[in-house]
Design a protein around this ligand. Sequence first.
Ligand code: ADP
Ligand code: MG
Length: 605
Amino acid sequence: MNPDVLSVLKNSFGFDSFRPGQEGLIDAVLSGRDVLGIMPTGAGKSLCFQLPALLLPGTTVVISPLISLMKAQVEALHENGIPAAVLNSTLTQQEYGRTLYGLREGRYKLLYVAPERLEAEGFLACLSQVAVPFVTVDEAHCVSQWGQDFRPSYLRIRDFLASIPARPAVAAFTATATAQVARDIVRLLDLREPEIVRTGYDRENLYFAVETPRDKLAAVKAYVRQRSSRSGIVYCSTRKAVEQVCEELCGAGIRATRYHAGLDEEERRQNQEDFLCDLRPVMVATNAFGMGIDKSNVSYVVHFNMPKDLESYYQEAGRAGRDGERAECMLFFSGRDVAVNQFLVDNSNDELEPDVLEEVRRKSRERLRKMTGYCHTGECLRAYILHYFGEMPLEHCGNCGNCLQETQEEDITTEAQKVLSCVKRAGERFGAVMIVDVLRGAQNERIRTRGLDRLSTYGIMKGDSAARVRSIVDHLLLTGFLRATDDQYPVLRLTPLSGEVLFRGQRVMMRTVVRAAEQPARKAAGEGEERPELYERLRRLRARIAGAQSVPAYIVFTDATLHAMCRILPQNRDDLLEVPGVGGRKLERYGDLFLTEIRQYLQDT
Ligand code: ADP
Ligand code: MG
């Protein structure tokens, strides 16, 4: 390994060692090879192109799909003293001109551009005058129709690469790529014998759980409240839900803000800023928020609605715990989420050829089925996800809602028979809600007018709670002893398997929860850590510095770095350099301030 690499790692980025996958990718790029890096969200893909960019002569071009993403990365680079710039549609003409000028002067080590820029003539002319040793395509799955975020503008990248006189090394990065998407990336970007590095998908510090609350709004409020000192993201599938949840949280005195495509640009920018700076530590957003957001202290991600596929889910949930500390991913599920996603799939009208469109929809439906399965499974949730991405994980992770709850297998044959015969006697014409009501002997207008109170099965499950009867119905649906029609208001029908239970002695078993999982909670900031008082002082110092420079606090130092300072108690600059997250540049800028604070603390105590 090039000895410069380790010193750049420490001095420019403040890291002491590589994470899995990084070293191999960086080596390959530095020796002029193309690479494809497939590493989960939060694994540290940015470093794999930022570090080589510093060692290569000339300007590295980074193609990235989202404006917010580019801005955040460039800000972080500046903080580390690395010259970098952005070219995208948000710049004023003057800023744009100035950036092109800087580019021509060779002033930047990294230039971030949106794929749409790749055709702008001014830009191309300018680029032809600078040395471009290396081009990176971030979020490279966007180039594939089989990926979950196809962006037609990514298809232009290949021509762009071909137009550069001396073809640079090309790197592509993504968090999720099935074998097919990976092949597409190589082909559509024309990567030449790339070094392909795939690290495991597992994120050990994340805790996964699924719940099916009756009242999601109340559930999300309670959840966020219990974590009031921490930063989190609540994802909703619609703008309307974002508004509703955000209002509910703010009404409960929680400092939440919101983000969706219906807000004007200024408000989006402001809200994102408030969140990044922890002024409003809770973000309620649609999936328009977050790609490339690197806020390291997000300690939970709640999904208020089930997303359309596990790729999206894992990417969004993966924004929790980037600092490597314990973090939680909670999904609040309801059957409606499935129906809404189904509708979106069936009505997507991409400008695709009809047969391609049909194939895309078929794949989307399949993905949705797998996502729904995640919400219903009683098995280990982490294992379910990792299986989906093609890994062979342990069957029991011990750190998810399913592994930690105590369940018990129960024979529910008698109850199942009651449910099935009720569905049959009611004429297979009603949905789950009505069937549950009839079984429990509810008294209402709809039941009386339809004469359902005269059925022999009326009230035969009076003694069971509605939730229990409903969970039995759901279980029968899942296991194929019942089915629901595809209509807008699904109706329960019997299946060939129903007869086995009703007449031929087939037993039905169901796992029920005896004791709900107790989440191993992440410690609140400072709590339970070494020297909480010092931590608080350092945190306040960091907030002052961040405020003065209007950058998010974690860009100055992450929580993990502050914790390490409390543990190590550095007394001088050499000690301070030992702390993970402290590099040469940050030592120069902030070292003395933090050392003074630590010395002060030692004197005071
Ligand atoms: P992604 O793979 O999702 O693009 P990022 O590149 O945004 O991930 O990195 C996620 C986090 O990991 C960032 O906060 C980054 O500073 C940190 N990180 C990256 N590489 C290292 C390393 N070698 N040591 C410690 N932290 C690292
Ligand atoms: Mg990234």
